[in-house]
Design a protein around this ligand. Structure first.
Ligand SMILES: [Zn+2]
Length: 289
């Protein structure tokens, strides 16, 4: 009887040890998975290594959240003449101060067409210039080349080559630099909500086709003139574009602004000081899960 009891005891101890070992193995293997997962967000190392394996993969939007300040500029011109909208005229020296701040503080400039590739960056910021004035070429492009930052021009197709507007040759030269990309700001800058469905389609889709044919690029973004759009605008945009840019202020947070056809931008106006600019930049971040 005693023997049987002893045997049972030994069997119990052996089974217990096996169970404990199994539990330990299970817990440890889960812990290891967690360590591997946890490593991913910390790709924010000094190198901002784009060659990291995880960065090369396509990540679904639910796998990361990003906050990106997207600045919106118009005229880069010191003298605003008789114009009433003084705030639309940024001084060349202010633009240089801002771009220098971006570079000095290791922020990474991105094109509009990278707004779904934010996981490749750690401190992204986008600089966007609307309406294709020649002042961009004369005053901003030299600064952009000096600091080697990336910017996007939102061009109005029918305005090209007109007085005080960019020429085809200038746009080609800037595209060749690799620092400038172009996107559509429609055919003729009409407020889209005032148009019929057919007219909206022309403004939004024909401009894309014409720009792509002329410059041999692929366009991803429609920039709504004066930030004006309705549901019809978005429905049309969705047929051929990846993003729609609005003019609502503030930083673009992918977890809050989940509709990619209502992406907000920050108005970079003449009186914006460097501290205000820097405070927007501080919100830039990318977190990968
Ligand atoms: Zn505009």
């Amino acid at each position: 009887m005693k023997n049987i009891l002893n045997n049972k005891k030994i069997l119990f101890i052996i089974i217990s040890i096996i169970v404990i070992l199994l539990l330990c193995t299970l817990i440890f293997s889960r812990y290891e998975v967690n360590i591997v997962k946890k490593k991913i967000p910390y790709i924010e190392d000094k190198k901002n290594s784009l060659s990291s394996d995880i960065n090369q993969q396509e990540l679904a939007p639910e796998n990361y959240i990003a906050s990106v300040p997207i600045f919106m500029y118009h005229f880069i011109l010191d003298d605003y003449g008789n114009n009433m909208d003084v705030e639309n005229f940024m001084k060349t020296s202010t633009l240089e101060e801002q771009i220098k701040y971006i570079v000095d503080n290791n922020y990474q400039t991105i094109f509009e067409n990278e707004l779904d590739k934010l996981y490749k960056y750690t401190k992204p910021v986008a600089l966007t210039f609307d309406d294709c004035f020649v002042y961009f070429y004369n005053n901003a492009f030299p600064i952009i080349k000096k600091y080697k930052v990336k910017v996007t021009l939102n061009l109005i197709y029918n305005y090209m080559n007109g007085e005080n507007y960019l020429t085809d040759a200038q746009v080609k030269e800037m595209l060749d630099s690799g620092l400038v990309s172009i996107e559509s700001h429609t055919l003729s800058h009409k407020e889209l909500t005032t148009l019929s469905n057919d007219e909206q389609r022309k403004q939004i889709l024909d401009s894309k086709k014409k720009f792509e044919e002329k410059f041999g690029v692929e366009m991803s973004t429609i920039c709504y003139p004066v930030g004006d759009y309705n549901q019809e605008t978005i429905n049309i945009a969705k047929e051929q574009y990846k993003f729609g840019l609005a003019m609502t202020g503030g930083v673009y947070h992918t977890n809050i602004h989940t509709d990619r056809y209502k992406i907000p931008r920050i108005y970079a106006n003449r009186s914006m000081d460097i501290n205000t600019f820097a405070n927007y930049l501080k919100q830039s971040k990318v977190v990968i899960y």
